[in-house]
Structures are given as C-alpha cells and as structure tokens.
Design a binder for this molecule. Structure first.
Ligand code: NAP
Length: 536
C-alpha cells in the first residue's frame, strides 16, 4: 500500500463501542484528530449487535455507566436495576449525540489490515471498503466479545429454516410464535434468551453441552430514591468503585470480611439465602475467599446446586442442569426464570454429551437418540473472546512480524495495553488487563485515560514511538499467570482461557488481580517514566 491515497489522522481507533467512543472523546479533548472505524452501521459495539430476546446487562445499571462526565450522569435516568439492551443502546446513542461523536466515525467499514511502517513510524490501515488510513497511533477498541462463533455442525448448510446467532440478532426482532425452535448453548446469552423464546415458541429444544450456574437477577424498576441517592454520591462511589477489585458498588456494611469456613454451617446457609434473595451476582461476594479456596467455594457451589434441584420439578432434568464445577469460575449468569423454564411442557433439554448431535437436515436436528423437528435454530454459542477480534485483522508490527505469529502460543501483552514489537499500538481492555473480570466500563475508562496521558507525555517530550519491552512483557505475562493460578479460575474450562475454541492456546487471559490494584500499578508505571516501555 502507498499512503498517497490514504487519509491522514493523528490517531486511528478501531471500534465504536463503549471503549472507542470514550477514546474518541478523550482524544478530541487532548487536541487530536482521530477517526473511528466501525463495522456496524451505528455506535454501541456489543450492545448494537446483541438484540436477542431477554438481552440485559449483568452489571447493575447504576454501576454500568461512564463516570467521566458529571453532567452526563445527572441527565441520564436508568429505569431498571439491570438495564435492557435497548436502554443501554439508547444511552450509548445519547453519549454519541451529546458529545457530537458521530462526525468522526465511519460506519459499515471493517478494518482488514494494519501495518506498522518502521521508516515513517506510523500505522497504515486498510478497510473492507477499500479505504486507507494513516496515523502515528493505532488503538484497538475492538471489544472482548465481538467475534461470534458458530460450531460447524454437520449438515447445517442443508437446514431450510432460519438460523440466528445471539450476537448478530436481526434488528427488527424475531417472532417465534407457533414455531419449533432449537437453542444451542447455555451461557449468559442462552440463559437470558431461553425463557423468552420458550414463552413464545410452540416447542423449544435446548441443546446443552455444559450446564451453567445462573443466579436470579431479581430485576426491578429503580426507585426515584435509588436514582437520586446515586446521583448525589456519584463521584464518591465512582472513586471507590475504581479502587475496588470488581469496580462494582457495595455499601461498606455489605462487604465480606471473613472466609466461608469461619462461619458455622447454619449461619452460612442463612447468609447465602440472604444474598440469593437480594439477586444479582452478590452471592459470589458473600465471603472473601469463594474464588480462591476450593473448600469455601464448595459451600456456595452446593448451595446453588440445591437451589437448582428445588426449582426444577423433574429430578432427571435437574441433574442435567446441575453444574459440577466451582461456582463463579466460569462467568456467572443472571436469569429471570431460567431453571423454571424446564418445567414447561413445551421445553425439552437435550444433553449433547449423552446424546450428541449427529447431523442437521433440512428441518431437524438429529441426535443419536432423537430427531427434533425445528423451524429455527438459535446459536447462543458465544465468542472467540479477547484475542479473536484482534487476530481477525491482519496486524503486522516491526520486522514484518504478524500478531498471529507473536500470539501463536497465546496472547502476550504488557499490562494488557501494549505488545512488544507493535509500537504505538494500544489495546483497550485487552488480554492481560482486568477487562471482563471487572466492571468493564471502568476498565475501559482507566485504559483510555492512561493512553491519553501517555500520548500527552510523548508529545510533551518529543517521543515518536512507544512499545513494550520484551522483558517487561514477559514479566507481566508471568505475573498475570501467577495471579490466576492462585485462584480457582483456571480449574474450569471457559472462554476466559480460550478453551471454548478448538485449537486456541489455553491461557487464562484476563488479569484477576483486581481493578484497583491494577490501576495503581499502571499509575506507578507512568509515574516512573513509563517503566517497562521503550520510548524513542
Ligand atoms: P458463552 O458463555 O461462551 O456460552 C456459549 C454456550 O454455547 C456454552 O454453553 C457452550 O458450551 C455452548 N456451545 C459452544 N459450542 C457448542 C457446541 N458445539 N455444541 C453445544 N454447545 C456449544 O457465550 P455467551 O452466552 O454468548 O456469553 C459470553 C459472555 O458474554 C458472557 O460470559 C458474558 O461475559 C457476556 N454476556 C453478558 C450478558 C449480560 O450482561 N447479561 C449477556 C450475554 C453475554 P460449553 O460451556 O461447553 O463451551
């Protein structure tokens, strides 16, 4: 590519989701001309694509919002404890309009290639519409869960009915009334969609590979008092959320202070019951050590297993729906009536471990034991998470080395922000940072602010390039791994470690050390003159 016909910018940002929008706003505030290239037809990222029935956030609305603008939080009113996808998308559109962001975003355009040109110290970017862009800095705000995966089931190409993926849902919705439907996959998306589809469809078959723990959301409208109280204390709560491990609010009186094993069994049962009744993911924070001590975790796991047996009428179905891994080590799901859905006469659970799918015909999913006639198949089969969206682009760094080569044994980053050999490329909430293990909006804000400060530092001191040193990167990768190994997370196969994708190297990708600790470390790195980075 020559850059004769390329458009020049100070910074190129890929993606107009929550990360790309705030990045654009911040770049403008610091006097930079940026362009955002977005594959979708509008802003929103994951909230633009995920329009399946029942799609909601599993973080409470009052926590799941930007904190960078006090005016923004004052003028936006969330209606429910857990916002629906359309309300979150409306919020994101409001942000785009309020800060006049759309004029620097090109939509319906997918970045296909990015190459660092060493002689010019700049990135050349190509998109699928043939456009070319050049800038000294490239920022991947491509999201952790944006590359859907559909399993290559034999015969799927012969199926004559409709095929959907939860992560690419039609914009005008889908009416399942009087239709026979299959849902494949029982992660967060499937668990939210299944009760809604079951309520419409004539017949629903749920194909489950691994049962999941789901906690009752107990969603409800927010009261005026709740909204006003958060508004009044917004800055203080945001500050304390950012310093906390999860980035989520919990009043001091509700913060766990002891191990599950330091509490008599009766008291423990009462504690779990209380948090189960309060809803959301709070149960996982009943005690301090549920994700690090297997014996402590077992008490919560057994509690949740008993709850499933209480909710599901048929014991054989309850058995199939009961997970046997440490609760919380796969992303915990939130639901509204998921387990009870299997008590409905129109719903059938198919455990594909016992009864594997052998083929798909024109009008049926055929397993070893049955033929399920269906008019539609919904894949709720998840994503090639964290690395997938980056590796889907052809990214080449110094010396012609591609990111696919650099990450052939799994992702290697410094702080989840930067990759050795790929100067002036930043990843927002990438592998090796807290990202999806914390309130992701706060993870995003912290990265965006850090990147903007770093660019200012470079401008003020006349540096052209910044990149992670290989030694600092090796040490960070080792640290991320060490911290993960000290928890129960790696004991369970999940998309956190890439084990949902055949052939993907298994490495626990997010940083489990907590948002507050990570933020303090990134601040120290900057204060020490960007220790671990090479600036030139
Ligand atoms: P997911 O958690 O990866 O779940 C995918 C499901 O599909 C799993 O049950 C998986 O089984 C199954 N599956 C994959 N391939 C299969 C095959 N060949 N045959 C049968 N089953 C197969 O994906 P997701 O539900 O889309 O959720 C991804 C993440 O997005 C969540 O963990 C969460 O972080 C986020 N999310 C959040 C919300 C929310 O805020 N409420 C909603 C949706 C998604 P295995 O477990 O055996 O791999």
């Amino acid at each position: 590519m020559t850059d004769n016909d390329a458009m020049r910018h100070d910074v190129i940002v890929i993606g107009a989701g929550l990360a790309g929008l705030y990045m654009l706003h911040k770049l403008r505030q610091t006097g930079r001309r940026a362009i955002v290239i977005e594959a979708g037809s509008d802003v929103g990222g994951t909230w633009y694509w995920n329009r399946y029935p029942g799609a909601r956030c599993d973080v409470e609305s009052l926590d799941y919002q930007y904190t960078f603008s006090d005016a923004l939080q004052r003028e936006w009113t969330w209606s429910e404890r857990f916002a629906r996808q359309d309300e979150i998308l409306a919020y994101i559109n409001h942000v785009a309009d309020r800060f006049d962001l759309r004029r620097d975003i090109v939509f319906d355009t997918r970045v296909t290639r990015a190459r660092f040109v060493e002689a010019a110290a700049e990135w050349e970017v190509e998109a699928d519409d043939g456009s070319r862009h050049v800038a000294p800095f490239l920022i991947a705000a491509t999201g952790a869960l944006s590359l859907p995966q559909t399993p290559p089931l034999p015969g799927i190409e012969d199926f004559k009915g409709d095929v959907y993926h939860t992560g690419r849902w039609p914009h005008d919705g889908v009416d399942f009334t009087a239709r026979r439907v299959a849902v494949v996959g029982t992660g967060s998306s499937g668990i939210q969609a299944i009760p809604n589809i079951a309520a419409q469809a004539e017949r629903l078959y749920v194909f489950q590979r691994t049962p999941n723990f789901s906690l009752p959301a107990r969603n409800a409208p927010l009261t005026e008092q709740q909204v006003e109280e958060r508004r009044r204390n917004f800055a203080d709560i945001a500050r304390s959320n950012k310093a906390s491990p999860s980035g989520l609010y919990r009043p001091p009186s509700d913060v766990a202070t002891r191990s599950a094993l330091d509490v008599p069994a009766e008291q423990r049962a009462a504690d779990y019951e209380k948090w189960w009744d309060r809803g959301g993911t709070l149960l996982m924070r009943t005690y301090t050590d549920l994700l690090i001590n297997a014996d402590s975790n077992r008490t919560a796991t057994e509690f949740a297993q008993r709850k499933i047996r209480d909710m599901v009428e048929r014991p054989d179905v309850a058995d199939k729906l009961t997970p046997h891994y440490h609760i919380g080590t796969k992303r915990i799901c939130l639901d509204s009536g998921y387990y009870e859905t299997f008590n409905r006469p129109n719903v059938t659970l198919v455990d594909v471990n016992e009864d594997p799918i052998s083929t798909i015909t024109g009008d049926a999913i055929v397993t070893a034991g049955r033929t399920c006639q269906v008019d539609a198949i919904v894949f709720a089969t998840g994503y090639d998470a964290m690395t997938g969206p980056l590796l889907a682009m052809d990214i080449t760094g110094r010396g012609g080395r591609t990111m696919r080569e650099a990450w052939s044994d799994g992702p290697r980053t410094y702080l989840g922000l930067s990759i050795a050999g790929f100067p002036n490329l930043f990843v927002v909430a990438g592998p090796g940072s807290p990202s999806v293990l914390a309130n992701v909006i706060l993870s995003i804000e912290q990265h965006v602010d850090w990147i903007a400060d770093c660019l200012d530092h470079m401008r003020d001191r006349g540096f052209e390039t910044i990149e992670a040193s290989p030694d600092a990167q090796d040490a960070w990768v080792e640290h991320v791994n060490e911290v993960a190994q000290a928890t129960l997370y790696p004991r369970t196969k999940s998309w956190y470690s890439g084990s949902n994708i055949a052939g993907k190297p298994e490495i626990f990708m997010p940083y489990v050390g907590g948002l507050g600790r990570y933020t303090a470390h990134c601040a120290d790195v900057a204060r020490d003159g960007y220790a671990g980075f090479v600036l030139s």
